[in-house]
Design a protein around this ligand. Sequence first.
Ligand code: BTN
Length: 266
Amino acid sequence: MFGREALKAALNSKWAGKHICYFKELDSTNLRAKQEAEGGAAEGTLVVADRQTAGRGRRGRSWSSPAGVNVYFTLILKPDFPPDKAAMTTLVMALAVTEGIFRTCGLEAEIKWPNDVVVNGRKVCGILTEMSVERGRIRYVVAGVGVNVGLQEFSPELSATASCLEAECKGPVSRAALVANILKAFEGYYESFCRELDLSAIREKYNRRLVNRDREVRVLDPKEEFQGIARGINESGELLVELKDGSITEVFAGEVSVRGIYGYTV
Ligand code: BTN
């Protein structure tokens, strides 16, 4: 059974998930986490739902959130770092998700830069990080994670590119253990990120998990579209893309999305 008690029993982190707000149903764990943070919730507070009625994805998209099969959670953070560093939190979380998946069910998940987690080329997890800033200082960051876990039917638009852990590992996956393992991994990576204020401590690990690494990618920049070979991230989380003339350009995650030249990942 997935719920507050199962989560409490599974968690083995120091501060991430120390307080758990669990709901059978919510509009969106990110929306609720923002309300909790506004109301003074402490860093490490975790908002979890079994179902979302208005799950939100990046770029204003929705996130399919049926009951009983998946994981939807949002972690509240109250960092001291400047707002321009916050985008890196998403990459930290993406790496933690791959680690959590490996520890829970042994699958070698990969990252499609900056923060989609894929298994065998199909997306199993999305991350949506949002923040509130006042007078140049971060009031809070919320890091929302949705992982497709149990067997389910995907809509026709998603079926070619999405999958779930149980389909990929062909066995049962505990949602509570998965959340616990992600949070445990996140804590360690996030603490080193806060110390260094960059991704130097996790860059190599992240790059090893990068599905686009050394592959031709198309960069969908609103200003111009271009192709090149992805060479991994730098310490700020920008994707290094080698152009035809051998020069390297740094791509910032903001508005840009990256595709494989043949499809979603490669
Ligand atoms: C993406 O577009 O890839 C990001 C999807 C993020 C979905 C998660 S589910 C938990 C949290 N609550 C939301 O409303 N969205 C995030």
